[in-house]
Design a protein around this ligand. Structure first.
Ligand SMILES: NC(=O)C1=CN([C@@H]2O[C@H](COP(=O)(O)OP(=O)(O)OC[C@H]3O[C@@H](n4cnc5c(N)ncnc54)[C@H](OP(=O)(O)O)[C@@H]3O)[C@@H](O)[C@H]2O)C=CC1
Ligand SMILES: Cc1cn([C@H]2C[C@H](O)[C@@H](COP(=O)(O)OP(=O)(O)O[C@H]3O[C@@H](C)C(=O)[C@@H](O)[C@H]3O)O2)c(=O)[nH]c1=O
Ligand SMILES: [Mg+2]
Length: 300
């Protein structure tokens, strides 16, 4: 039997990391998802030791510090995970001669205008999280030219904490939820991102001349957080789950430590053209996640 090929997936307990582990990889591909205790991404010695003990054919890096508001005060932790760790992974993958596929965010943009942002639109993060993720992008691109940075946005899944699960929890004990209606973007299933990352990674492993650089991947269409909340509740109600009326409010009505972009829309034309990845509508992704959560909450 042929030996299997290993891929390192960081942040395996996160939303995207969990979906990458659950992904149906081709026979012969094995995913390694070490715990923090085995691989400390922010420690150069730990990263070097792990790579010398574990030969891999590619690295996918969804690990990140994702607490947007807390990052405003935990600047060191945000930059360690979001900028230093990608720099160390870029160095290690460059030395090993293998591709690095890194995950970034719409929060690198300041959210001017109302167009779908292309990959080369000017970046200007509004907060520490976005600034740390931008530093990570630059470290990846300069540290390993055989790399792809995939920016995504508004990630939803059955895993961990995310906006969808927060809304269902809030609806469990109140009839009405106030949600901002002046920040626009594209909700995205962590499962769909994992699929896109797998497609890119396998192609890069097979073809050293595969396209590199920055790509956007989000589900198709657009909404605002208030519209997303309404869709979550109407899907949930269909399954007999929690429901709340949504009161649309402005950003000014919902003060937070970190500023967020008013326009987070991302254009996906480039990933479709170069990698043949075509996102499904965001409502289909929401429906799948709400259904999966509602099946779980039904006692067997
Ligand atoms: N969530 C979102 O809405 C969006 C996310 N993104 C990006 O997508 C990627 C995936 O996000 P998502 O899956 O939601 O993230 P999660 O917050 O769900 O998971 C992040 C994972 O990274 C791990 N991690 C954090 N810091 C470190 C560290 N220093 N060393 C090792 N592991 C670490 C966490 O470990 P632990 O389990 O111990 O906490 C966790 O498993 C990230 O790069 C994020 O910036 C982009 C746009 C939107
Ligand atoms: C819980 C809640 C949030 N909101 C607002 C706050 C914010 O503007 C918006 C979304 O709330 P969140 O806390 O999910 O937002 P946030 O954590 O900023 O989500 C971001 O996470 C990072 C990691 C990313 O990379 C981004 O793409 C984006 O998904 O909704 C309300 O208006 N009402 C509410 O009851
Ligand atoms: Mg949040």
């Amino acid at each position: 039997m042929a030996e299997s090929i290993a891929i390192l997936v960081t942040g395996g307990a996160g939303q995207v990391g969990a979906e990458l582990q659950a992904h149906a990889w081709p026979a012969g591909v094995k995913v390694l998802a070490p715990a923090r205790s085995e691989l400390d991404l922010t420690d150069a010695a730990s990263v070097a030791a792990w790579f010398s003990a574990n030969p891999v054919a590619a690295v996918i890096n969804p690990a990140a510090y994702t607490a947007v508001d807390r990052a405003e005060t935990e600047v060191g932790a945000a930059f360690a995970a979001n900028a230093l760790a990608p720099a160390l992974l870029a160095e290690a993958t460059k030395a090993a001669g293998v591709p690095l596929v890194h995950v970034s965010t719409d929060y690198v943009f300041d959210g001017q205008g109302d167009e779908f942002n292309a990959e080369d639109a000017p970046v200007a993060p509004l907060g520490v999280y976005g600034a740390s993720k931008l530093a990570g992008e630059l470290a990846v691109r300069s540290g390993n030219p055989r790399s792809v940075v995939v920016r995504t946005a508004w990630v939803l899944s059955v895993h961990r904490a995310n906006f969808l699960k927060t809304m269902l929890r809030l609806a469990g004990d109140r009839d009405r939820v106030s949600v901002v209606a002046d920040q626009f973007g594209c909700p995205t299933s962590a499962r769909d991102i994992a699929q896109a990352l797998a497609t890119i990674t396998l192609r890069m492993m097979a073809d050293p001349t595969a396209p590199t650089g920055v790509y956007h991947f989000v589900n198709a269409g657009e909404t605002n957080w208030s519209g997303l909340a309404q869709e979550i509740f109407s899907q949930s109600a269909r399954h007999g789950g929690a429901f709340a009326e949504v009161t649309p409010i402005t950003t000014a009505d919902y003060p937070t430590p970190a500023r967020r972009p008013a326009n987070s829309r991302l254009s996906t034309a480039k990933i479709t053209a170069d990698y043949g990845v075509t996102p499904r509508p965001w409502r289909d992704a929401v429906a799948e996640i709400v259904e999966e959560l509602s099946n779980r909450s039904v006692a067997p």
